[in-house]
Write a protein that binds this ligand. Structure first.
Ligand code: PNS
Length: 167
C-alpha cells in the first residue's frame, strides 16, 4: 500500500502550540507530513524563512515522519510535488471556517483528488494565533506556554537584540 502523505502549510511566523497540536493530531492520520512554509514576498515577517525553517526542524527533530520545506505559488501544486493525498487545516472557530471553506473548495476545483482534512484543536490552544503571539512579544508580554521552547528562545533573543522595542 502506498504511504499516506499530508501537507500542512502556513506562514509559521512563528509556529505556536496550536499548530503543534494539529501537526501531532494529523500525524495520527497519515504516514508522513510535509510542513510547507509559504514564502510570500509581499509580507514582512517577524522571522525570515531560514529562521522559520530552523525552528520547525528543531521542534520536530525527533519526529522522522515530519519533513520541512518551503513553497511558493499554489498549495495544490506543492501538495502534488509532495505526493500528498490531503491538505491539513485547523478550525478554531466559525470565522476560520468562513476563511477556509472557499479556499478548500477552490483547491478541490483545481485538484479534485486532493482532500482537505479539517481538525479541531485542543481547547487549551484554541485561542492561539501567530499574530497574537507576535503582538504579545512586541509589547513585552510572556508567550510561555503559547509556543514551543525553541520558538520562545528565539522570541526572547529577538526581544533582547531589539533592545526591548520588539520591532
Ligand atoms: O498561515 P496561513 O494564513 O494559515 O496559511 C494560508 C495558506 C498558506 C494555506 C494559504 O495562504 C495558501 O494556500 N497559500 C498558497 C497560495 C494558494 O494556493 N492560493 C489559492 C488558495 S485557493
Amino acid at each position: 500500500m502506498s504511504e499516506r502523505v499530508f501537507v500542512f502549510a502556513g506562514s509559521f511566523d512563528p509556529l505556536h502550540r496550536g499548530h503543534d497540536d494539529l501537526i501531532r493530531r494529523g500525524l495520527g492520520l497519515c504516514d508522513r507530513m510535509v510542513l510547507g512554509v509559504l514564502v510570500n514576498e509581499n509580507k514582512k515577517p517577524l522571522f525570515g524563512v531560514e529562521e522559520r525553517l530552523e525552528m520547525l526542524r528543531e521542534v520536530y527533530s525527533d519526529e522522522s515522519r515530519v519533513e520541512v520545506r518551503t513553497f511558493s505559488g499554489l498549495l495544490v501544486d506543492f501538495a502534488r510535488e509532495c505526493g500528498a493525498s490531503a491538505v491539513l487545516r485547523g478550525l478554531r472557530s466559525g470565522t476560520d471556517l468562513d476563511y477556509e471553506l472557499p479556499m478548500s473548495l477552490m483547491n478541490r476545483r483545481m485538484s479534485p483528488r486532493l482532500e482537505t482534512v479539517f481538525l479541531l484543536p485542543s481547547p487549551d490552544v484554541v485561542d492561539l494565533s501567530s499574530s497574537l503571539v507576535k503582538e504579545i512579544y512586541r509589547l513585552g508580554g510572556s508567550v510561555d506556554g503559547a509556543v514551543p521552547e525553541p520558538v520562545r528562545r528565539r522570541l526572547q533573543a529577538r526581544f533582547q537584540d531589539d533592545g526591548g522595542t520588539g520591532s
